[in-house]
Each structure stands twice: as C-alpha cells, then as structure tokens.
Design a protein around this ligand. Structure first.
Ligand SMILES: [Zn+2]
Length: 337
C-alpha cells in the first residue's frame, strides 16, 4: 500500500509498505478521509511536540474514517463493508484510570501519529474493533473523520458542564473552537460568545451558532453584563486565556483546550474569590456515540469546516495549506486518491 511518511522536519514522502494485517481483536480499515490537525502540522514544522520526538519515519494523521475490509481473530463487529469513524487512541483498558472510565488518561495509550505509533496517512490502517465506530450513510467520509476533533469539543463541554441555557465564552475560532461552538449549542447553551483575530473564522462561528463574535484585534471580552459561566479556551494564547478567566461569572468553569506555552500566570485572587474551577482537557473518553448522534441528526455540521482536500501524494500540500491561506479552516487527505 501507499503511505505518506514524515522523515524529518519539513520532509514528507510517499513510500510503499506492506498492507498491515489485523491482529486478534482488530479490524483492517481502507482509509477514506483523514483530517489534518494542528499537531500534524507541528510535527511537520518542528519534528516534535514536547516530549514526543520524531526519531524514525512517522505516518501522520489521526482524524480518520473508512470502510472495514478484514477482521482479525475473534472480531464479530463491525462487519466487513461497514463504514466507520476511527477513534485513534487505544488504551490498555486494565490500569487504574481505564477502570475508572477515564481511559483518555491511560499512561499506556497508543495514539495514532504520536511517536512511535503510526497514523492514518495511508491506504489502510488497523485499529481495535471497539474503536472503529460504525457510522450511518448520512454522515460523509469527511464528517466521519472529523468526529475526532468534534469529540474534543464534546469533551470540553462535558468538563465545563455546559447545559441548557448556559452562557459560554469560546476564545479561538480555529477548528476546535468551531466544533466547540457547535457542541455548546447542541448541549443547550444559549449565549455563545466567540473571540478570534481572524474575521473569516468569526463569520463561520456566527454561521455555526455563535450568538456574538468579538474581533480580538480591536476589542476584548471585557466585562459583559451577563458574564459567561463557562470558558472554553481554544486559542492557546496566554492573554486570551487570562482575559477569559477574568470574564467568568462566580462559580464559573475554565476549560483549557488550546495548546499554549508551558506556564501561565493565573489571576489567583479572581480564581479564589469567585470559586472558579480551572481544568485542562486531554483528548476525550466515550464521546463517539454522542458525536455520531449529533451529526446524524443534523445538529452539527462538520462538512462546513472542510476548506480543501488533497491526494495522499500531496500530503505536504495539506500540511502547508494553513500557512498559505488565511481562509483555510480544515483540510483533509483522501488516501485512495
Ligand atoms: Zn489504562
């Protein structure tokens, strides 16, 4: 099969590899669509993310959909021919965190496109059968791939306890901010304020459910008359993070989703006097059923986020689309082309 590998900083190449065989409990998936994530771009640009360093050729891509084409020993579902969305991290399912239901915090997680585990910029991948989630035909291949970033937005809303009538502030209108807007609306939020420095992205945020947008170049989130109860911080920008925390209502929740610097000066008196909760999020757990139901019901539109598609041989074009085009939101790779 053809595979796109990252060999070093700024160096991707199309190579041939043997098609993998599904092991016991695994399925083989013919990959239809793979979304490009900021983490893929970061590995391409820098060769590492924190402690994860690309030391051998790495297959990027962890937002993937496809069709099951073979079953490993013992697998009864999904069936051959079933369209699936791949949940790209398989935990050990036996440790303390897994047994507590927090499998996203498993120390033995094997996650696609995180060294040394290969991702989905390939014609075929294998995955644990329980992590190949069947999707109905009303969900497109691209949307089935983007259930992965949507899962981040759903998990952020759960951690922030977004519910009916919630007032939510979302800082950053990149792909994760835009799925968080839609997830917050689907969870019942009625005030959804979104800030970003990119007017094109703010326009999409409004289209997808933001009730108010703030151009962070000329305005700040300030002191709104009805302060938000939940901050979903999706920019990674330290100033936006602190301003968002300061804007929260008493007993508010700040959910830090965006990847920023290593450290941040927290306005501690604000956190203490208002009894704010500040939490991080790391990936997600148990989100696919919700994501599939919301997209199938038409409550969330993932196809709207797709601004470009690329063949496997032009994975490099996909990885550099964001820097070339300020209107780029989410690009996808179609490995069968
Ligand atoms: Zn575990």
């Amino acid at each position: 099969m053809r595979v796109s590998v990252l060999r070093g900083i700024g160096d991707v190449a199309l190579i041939e590899r043997p098609t993998p065989e599904p092991g016991p409990g695994e399925v083989l998936v013919r990959v239809a669509s793979v979304g490009v994530c900021g983490s893929d771009v970061h590995y391409y640009d820098h060769g590492r993310i924190g402690q994860y360093v690309v030391e051998q050729p790495l297959v990027l891509g962890h937002e993937a959909s496809g069709v099951v084409t073979a079953l490993g020993a013992g697998v009864t579902s999904p069936a051959v021919g079933q369209r699936v969305s791949i949940e790209p991290g398989v935990p050990d399912l036996v440790c303390e965190q897994c047994l507590a239901g927090r499998y996203n915090l498993c120390a033995n997680m094997r996650f696609y496109a995180t060294p040394p585990i290969d991702g989905a910029f390939a014609e075929y991948v294998v995955v644990h059968a329980a992590f190949a989630h069947p999707v109905p035909d009303s969900i497109s291949d691209d949307a089935a791939a983007l259930l992965e970033p949507l899962s981040v937005g759903i998990w952020a809303c759960r951690k922030g306890r977004v519910g009916a009538g919630s007032r939510v502030l979302i800082t950053g209108a990149g792909p994760i901010g835009l799925v968080s807007v839609q997830a917050a609306r689907a969870f019942g939020a009625t005030d959804i304020v979104v800030s970003d420095v990119n007017p094109a992205r703010l326009a999409i945020a409004r289209e997808l459910g933001a009730t108010e947008v703030v151009d962070a170049r000329t305005a700040d989130v300030g002191d709104p008359p009805r302060p938000p109860q939940v901050l979903l911080e999706c920019s990674g920008n330290p100033a936006a993070t602190v301003a968002g925390i300061r804007a929260l209502a008493p007993a508010g929740r700040a959910v830090l989703v965006g990847m920023g610097g290593e450290e941040l000066a927290l306005p501690l008196s604000v956190v203490q006097e208002r009894e704010l909760e500040v939490t991080g999020v790391f990936r997600y757990a148990g989100t696919w059923p919700t994501a599939i139901a919301l997209v199938a019901a038409g409550r969330i539109d993932l196809d709207r986020l797709v601004t470009g598609s690329y063949a496997l041989a032009d994975a490099e074009g996909a990885l550099t689309a964001g820097r070339r085009d300020p209107h780029s939101v989410k690009v996808v790779v179609h490995p069968q082309t």
